[in-house]
Design a protein around this ligand. Structure first.
Ligand code: HEC
Ligand code: HEC
Length: 235
């Protein structure tokens, strides 16, 4: 092949690849999720690690606006988070947001739900704990529900801890709370509304799964003393 033909082929192939990739931000986002090492800390379905929250339901529980803010700089939202600021170029960030926004549990439909294992069938508390981890309740309520995650414009500035939640709700009320979710009221009505809400889990979880979650939540003892934080080891 002559030089001009080579150049032309390269240009055409480049344009073709560019077109295919340009039209599918989700596919690009999936590639970046691997290329930028997100999988070293996060799982989607059966693949990845659990150093950070499981992201199989991330597109269900968090909005694209929040994801964009978080990936822009995690420390701007949560000062002491161990998730590093990866200084992502804007185009990469947008594609990652498009990919993450698509993650609404389909990976579990494909790979199997981690709580659908024989060992957990007769142990609702342990099953609830496993759902708590993999549905990503930890992403908002912290490991074992210890709290410590911020929300904007809410009284106290934080998403509630779930330690001792049994003192506020019985098991049936917990199931209803999980099923319907709830939108926190704005502390100051003139400021932007809180960005993080309690999702309506009834849209993606089965009644038996929400019941198992409630069985687990009622076992969470109140934390005595302030400043008890989860470690990042068991998301
Ligand atoms: C060194 C480990 C590490 C790496 C690498 C990492 N993360 Fe994280 N990530 C975490 C941890 C830990 C948290 C939980 C932060 C907290 O609560 O303080 C988190 C939180 C998140 C959340 C919020 C989860 C939720 O449930 O709200 C998203 C989204 C996220 N990471 C996406 C990514 C993406 C995309 C990448 C790659 C560009 C990435 N992370 C790379 C450790 C990491
Ligand atoms: C995207 C963030 C987010 C995720 C994920 C999340 N929650 Fe929540 N949750 C909240 C917020 C915010 C509130 C407070 C709502 C309000 O003030 O109306 C809340 C409140 C609650 C409450 C009531 C607490 C109280 O003291 O009133 C329970 C129980 C609860 N969540 C359980 C769960 C369970 C179980 C899961 C996982 C299936 C879960 N949450 C996942 C954000 C979240």
């Amino acid at each position: 092949m002559g030089h001009r033909a080579k150049v032309l082929t390269a240009v055409l192939l480049g344009a073709l690849a560019g077109c295919q990739r340009a039209t599918d931000p989700v596919a690009r986002g999936r590639e970046y999720f691997h290329a930028f090492g997100c999988v070293r800390c996060h799982a989607i379905g059966a693949a990845g690690a659990h150093y950070g929250p499981d992201l199989s339901y991330i597109g269900f529980r968090k909005t694209a606006a929040w994801l964009d803010l978080w990936l822009g700089n995690p420390h701007a939202w949560k000062g002491h988070t161990v998730m590093p600021n990866l200084h992502l170029p804007e185009s990469v960030r947008k594609d990652l947001v498009a990919f993450l926004a698509e993650q609404k549990g389909e990976a579990f439909a494909r790979d199997g739900k981690p709580w659908e294992v024989p060992a957990l069938a007769k142990d609702p508390v342990k099953r609830g704990e496993t759902i708590f981890l993999h549905a990503g309740c930890t992403g908002c309520h912290g490991i074992a529900g210890v709290g410590g995650n911020p929300n904007n414009n809410v009284v106290g500035g934080e998403i509630p801890s779930l330690r001792g939640v049994r003192d506020r709700y019985n098991a049936e009320e917990l199931v209803e709370k999980i099923r319907l979710g709830s939108i926190p009221g704005a502390a100051n009505p003139r400021q932007p509304a809180p960005m993080v809400r309690m999702p309506e889990w009834g849209k993606v979880l089965l009644p038996a799964e929400m019941k198992a979650l409630a069985s687990y939540l009622v076992t969470l003892d109140p934390v005595q003393g302030k400043g008890k934080k989860g470690s990042a080891e068991d998301f």
